[in-house]
Design a protein around this ligand. Sequence first.
Ligand code: 16G
Length: 240
Amino acid sequence: MIDKHSPIPIYHQLEEQIKTKIESGEYKAGDSLPSEREYAEQLGISRMTVRQAITNLANKHYLYRIKGKGTFIAEQKLEQNLNGLTSFTEDMKARGMKPSNKLINFEIIPANEGLAEQLHIPVYTPVYEIKRIRLAEDEPMALERTYISANLIKGLTDEIAQSSLYYYIEDKLGLRIGKASQIFEATLANEEEIQYLKIEENSPVLFMKRVTQLADGTTFEVVKSSYRADRYKFMLDLER
Ligand code: 16G
């Protein structure tokens, strides 16, 4: 399994092998990893080398350690493909996971100056303000604050907000969603995110703001989402 004559350092070879087993599902989240001693004896390498590989994988959140108990396989991050304008519900279904929402707040508010400018509507025009926790397999993934122009997207209810907004807009209202611009920022979780996402103080979150237009170019939503950085990673194909 280990090629001692390879120019690739042994700790790195072991790291790759453990990673492959995690990614292929042979090692499952919550399983304990064989001990340093077992790896060292089995592969005929030093414990120091095994420790180096395990430390690197723990730093990359593939593994986690519990004092006195050992090393375990961590939950793997969900990879979201950013090459397309999709909804949370679609993203989860595409990977065979069950999406759900916990509605924290649903109301109609008058647009303040900031919202009015972003949604291209007059100040005080009605806007739906929706705050939801987005869950995958009942585990909180993101906290989402959505602002939707109420004169444009009619008839939204709290019930709809507990399922898919994009489905309602396209399949029920017959409108076509066109394009969006999205910004990403790394931040530390605030009080609310710590509470709703069930993460520890000082956890990193990935903050995203999406402004979305219908196919005719009308802006209909401004969404601020905070995704758990320990459960999410993003993928984008780049071409030149
Ligand atoms: C995603 C979008 C959000 C959109 C929502 C609709 C990001 C950052 N945000 O969460 O803008 O409103 O999907 O989801 O990707 P739904 O159709 O499942 O309600």
